[in-house]
Design a protein around this ligand. Structure first.
Ligand code: PLP
Length: 357
């Protein structure tokens, strides 16, 4: 069995920690990708009294979110076909306009919009209007008479406030300051933590911070977070490996001396990255290491001390950082969280101390 213990008290704690850090901003909680793997419904219900709105991707997430909240729901990267746009409007979902093409389709839809978000490309070069198209887009929106309010937004490319991020922000400010909008938005988790340019009434857009992790491990001192998810899986069998025996597909691990190895129910179909290498896991107070390549359903752990079938292996938790698993797998916390499959049972717990146990 595999289980993700999800502590909703910690989630609320993190939202409040963000609020304390940026008290004059409005929080658009990013709950896309099933709330970063934590479960959209439970997360939205837990956050409703702690944030000011939600950010999701696509109509389906938007509709699911709308059933759970009356707060603003902003829909990124949605399709621009007539049916989708009409459904969005009918459910008061706020579109993010990221191209002139999208805008044209939006304005052809026979509905009005209380608010749209105008995404400007300031250097990420992923989605967003080129700066030379922004004035045209604003004029089209204003002339249409069908949009009450526009919020310009941009997205920064680096996970710390690098020089390039500062240049992106300067371009955004330069443009927003020449216009007269009631609010704007640029800060994801990294910028919430590291930027010192936050304006009254601006929308901040935390994702990862809400779930208790900072984008970079060296940012943890900047905010008081509590990891929301702890991931465990059970030992299925224990093998005696003799010196020279190998483990798993491709025989990537060769035992240098006889030792015990546990087969653990967590494989790449559950979301364990196949490229994981020398990651530490916890078995109660003991430590083990992942050896060999994970297979679809299982991984193998080097045992240094006694363990038995049914014991729980801890992959990450408040006492064992997700950053370690991510770094050992040449990836980032975001990828691990959002790739946990449905096979991993989500168990919702309340008291933080229970998870720390
Ligand atoms: C447009 C936008 N804003 C905010 C976020 C939240 O980012 P983070 O999880 O780094 O806070 C994302 C996530 O990818 C995003 O795409």
């Amino acid at each position: 069995m595999r289980k993700a213990e999800i502590n909703l008290d910690c989630l609320q704690h993190n939202a409040e920690a963000i609020r304390r850090l940026r008290p004059c901003q409005k929080i658009l909680a990013y709950v896309k990708s099933n709330a970063y793997g934590h479960g959209l419904s439970e997360v939205v219900k837990a956050l409703n009294d702690h944030v000011d709105g939600y950010g999701v991707v696509g109509l389906q997430e938007g509709l699911k979110c709308r059933q759970l909240t009356s707060l603003p729901v902003v829909v990124n990267a949605s399709a621009s076909d007539l049916k989708t746009l009409i459904a969005m409007s009918a459910h008061q979902l706020e579109p993010v306009v990221f191209s002139l093409d999208y805008l044209e389709k939006l304005l052809k839809t026979p509905v009005s919009w209380p608010r749209i978000w105008l995404k400007i490309n300031t250097g990420m070069n992923r989605m967003g209007l080129h700066h030379s198209d922004v004035s045209k887009a604003v004029t089209l929106l204003q002339q249409s008479g069908r949009v009450k309010s526009i919020i310009p937004m941009t997205h920064l490319a680096d996970s710390s406030m690098s020089i390039d991020n500062k240049h992106q922000l300067a371009r955004f400010r330069d443009w927003v300051d020449k216009s007269s909008f009631s609010s704007s938005s640029y800060a994801n988790s990294a910028a919430i933590l590291e930027s010192n340019d936050h304006r009254h009434g601006e929308w901040i857009r935390p994702g990862l911070l809400l779930y208790g992790w900072t984008p970079e491990e060296n940012q943890t001192h900047l905010i008081d977070l509590k990891p929301v998810m702890s991931l465990f899986s059970q030992i299925l069998s224990i093998n005696h490996l003799s010196s020279g025996s190998t483990v798993g597909y491709g025989r990537h691990y060769v035992a240098k001396q006889p030792h015990l190895a546990a087969m653990v129910s967590f494989g790449y179909a559950d979301g364990l990255p196949r490229q994981i290498h020398t990651a530490k896991v916890l078995l109660g107070e003991a430590v083990g290491e992942v050896i060999g390549l994970p297979s679809m359903d299982t991984a193998c752990v080097y045992l240094h001390s006694k363990a038995k079938v049914g014991d729980w292996v801890e992959w990450f938790s408040p006492r064992h950082s997700l950053h370690h698993l991510a770094a050992s797998s040449q990836t980032i916390p975001y990828e691990i969280l959002t790739r946990l499959s449905e096979r991993v049972e989500r168990v919702y717990v309340k008291e933080y101390d229970k998870v720390e146990g």
